[in-house]
Design a protein around this ligand. Sequence first.
Ligand SMILES: *[C@@H]1O[C@H](CO)[C@@H](O)[C@H](O)[C@H]1NC(C)=O
Ligand SMILES: *[C@@H]1O[C@H](CO)[C@@H](O)[C@H](O)[C@H]1NC(C)=O
Ligand SMILES: *[C@@H]1O[C@H](CO)[C@@H](O)[C@H](O)[C@H]1NC(C)=O
Ligand SMILES: *[C@@H]1O[C@H](CO)[C@@H](O)[C@H](O)[C@H]1NC(C)=O
Ligand SMILES: *[C@@H]1O[C@H](CO)[C@@H](O)[C@H](O)[C@H]1NC(C)=O
Length: 364
Amino acid sequence: MNITKTTPWFLLLLCLILLTVYKFQIGLDYKRVNGSISPSSEQPQEESIMFGFKPKTLFVFGDSYADTGNTPATFAASWRFPYGITFPGKPAGRFTDGRVSTDYLAKYLGLRTPIAYKWRRLVLPRKVVKNGINFAYGGAGVFETMFKVVPNASVQINFFEQLVRKKVYSQADLNSSVALFSIVGNDYITYDRLNGTSQGRPALIRRVVRHILLDVKKIRDLGVRKVWVALSPPQKCFPSLITPKGCDSNDTSTNLHNSLLREGLRKLNDERNDKSFLVFDLYNAFVSVFKNKGVPGVSKFPEPLKACCVGLKRGNTCGDVGKNGEKLFSLCKDPKSFFFWDNVHITDQGWRSVFSLLLPDSQY
Ligand SMILES: *[C@@H]1O[C@H](CO)[C@@H](O)[C@H](O)[C@H]1NC(C)=O
Ligand SMILES: *[C@@H]1O[C@H](CO)[C@@H](O)[C@H](O)[C@H]1NC(C)=O
Ligand SMILES: *[C@@H]1O[C@H](CO)[C@@H](O)[C@H](O)[C@H]1NC(C)=O
Ligand SMILES: *[C@@H]1O[C@H](CO)[C@@H](O)[C@H](O)[C@H]1NC(C)=O
Ligand SMILES: *[C@@H]1O[C@H](CO)[C@@H](O)[C@H](O)[C@H]1NC(C)=O
C-alpha cells in the first residue's frame, strides 16, 4: 500500500523514464505469454467454482496489493531492487518480490495477467486489452491519500467507464468478466499520518466502507458480472507495528471495517437477488497464516510477522539507497520462507499461500 516520497525533478524525468519502462513492460508481457504464468501451460478449468462461470476478462481496481506496474518508477519502490527478485528476476512495478494478487487471480482464471492501464495503448493486439485491464495504483485509497498524484478508486473506475463508453468492451465481454476490487488501507494510513484521532476513526471507517460499496456497485452497474471485494487484512499485524509480544489481529478498527463491508455486500446481493459480490477475505487468510506459520503443504513461515526486506534505520524502507548507492535496507536470504516482504506488503509465497486458502480448488 505504500510508496515513497515524490522527488521534485519528477516531471523532468518522467518522459524519459516512462519510455524506458514502456519497452521493459512490453518485453515482460510478451515473455509472460509464453512464460511461467502463461495460461497455455496450464489446464484452465471450464468453470471456476468461485465465480460459477468461465470468466474471459478480468478488471482490477485497487492499491499496491494489486498494482502490476501503473505507479510511475520515479516515486515507487516497486521499480527498484530488490522488488521483483523472485519473479521476473528484476523490478517489475509490483510491490513484492514476485507476483501479486492480480497475477494469482488471473492464473486461477486461466487468463493472462491483465495489462496495466498505463500501457494499454502500447499493446497492439486488441486481444490483449480484451483480456482485461489492471487499473490499480500503489498508494490508492477510496479518498485522496498522502500519495496525492495517485488515482483514487473513483478515478480508476472513471477510466474503466470511459473505455466502456467507447465500446472497447461489448455487453457480452462485460457479462463474461469479473473484477477484483482491492482497496485495503491507504485511507487509514493517511489518517494516521495526519495525526487523526481515535475518536474520529469509526466515522472515517464508515465513510470509507460506504464509498467502497458505491464503487463496487458502480462496477457492477457498468456490466461486470461478478465483483470480488477485498476485506482489510489485520492492520495491526504489519511488521512495522508489531511489538515484541506480537500483534493484535482482532483489533476493533479492522473488525468494524470488515463487518460493515460484509454487511453492505450482503445487502447489495439481496437487492438484486444475485450473488454479484463476493468477499475476498484477506483477513482470515492472514490470520490463518499467522496461526499456522504458513499453509500446510504450501508454505512455511517460521516467523510470519517478520518482513524479508527492512530499512536499516528508522525512516528507511526496503529499496532505499544512500547518496553513494549504498543499500539502506537488509534483505533476507530466502524470501520463500517469509510471509511479509516489506513492512506492508506480502511476498510472492505469501500471495500463493493466501490464494491456496481462498481458492482451494486451485493449484499453485
Ligand atoms: C510464443 O512463442 C512462440 C515461439 O517461441 C511464438 O511463435 C509465439 O508467437 C509466442 N506467443 C505469443 C502469444 O507471443
Ligand atoms: C478522487 O480523486 C478526484 C481527483 O483528484 C477527486 O476529484 C475526487 O473527489 C476523489 N474522490 C473521492 C471520493 O475522494
Ligand atoms: C449474462 O449471462 C448470463 C448467463 O449466460 C445470462 O443469464 C444473463 O442474462 C446475461 N446478462 C446480460 C446483461 O446479458
Ligand atoms: C503529527 O504529530 C507529529 C508528532 O507530534 C508531528 O511531528 C507532525 O508534524 C504531525 N503531523 C501533522 C500532519 O500534523
Ligand atoms: C475479538 O474481540 C471481540 C471483542 O473483544 C471478541 O468478542 C471476539 O470473540 C474476538 N474474536 C476472536 C476471533 O478472537
